[in-house]
Ligand binder design. Structure first.
Ligand SMILES: [Zn+2]
Length: 171
């Protein structure tokens, strides 16, 4: 399998709890503050200098336990883009969606086909990726041709998964 990415511009309406759930699954409480991360992210986003593949710049001690600098930056920018009306910047939602997709490929798990247990980190990465896709679908963004249609409701599965494992439950 290879990563399946999407790239969108504009604004997209989301259920803001999606951001809380993403923060929770990605352990964003362990991340360095946005003021620290963003200048590093700006460097990595400087395509002219092509630093995005520079491991040392993207892997900085103290930024996050297991995410790369550019990944933490994308998640933090997504949250910062949230408007009072519940819209976010589609570019950052795309980036975070693609990070979650990448994690389903790199993360070791017993699961790894369709969401099966819905109660492990791998399944959560997949469910959250699909919730991002569902938000794009609802907002009328066209799905890239290479991307399969969602054949289930990831928001519903997320709500009904292992009840103990919710951010609100303090797990
Ligand atoms: Zn699982």
């Amino acid at each position: 399998m290879s990563p399946v990415t999407r790239h969108h511009r504009g604004a997209v309406q989301i259920d803001p709890t999606l951001l809380d759930d993403i923060d929770w699954v990605l352990d964003m409480d362990t991340a360095a503050a946005p003021e620290v991360v963003r200048p590093l992210g700006d460097e990595l986003r400087d395509y002219h200098r092509d630093l995005s593949l520079d491991y040392d710049r993207d892997h900085v001690e103290g930024i996050h336990d297991w995410l790369y600098v550019r990944e933490v930056d994308s998640v933090q920018r997504l949250r910062a883009s949230l408007t009072p009306g519940g819209a976010v910047d589609a570019q950052f939602l795309s980036e975070v969606r693609n990070i979650l997709d990448g994690l389903t490929l790199s993360f070791e798990s017993e699961c790894g086909a369709d969401p099966c247990c819905n109660d492990c980190k791998w399944c959560w990465f997949l469910l959250l990726r699909d919730r991002c896709d569902a938000a794009f679908n609802r907002a009328g963004f066209s799905r890239p041709a290479y991307l399969d249609a969602l054949d289930y409701d990831p928001d519903e599965v997320w709500r009904t998964r292992g009840a103990a494992a919710t951010p609100a439950g303090g797990a």
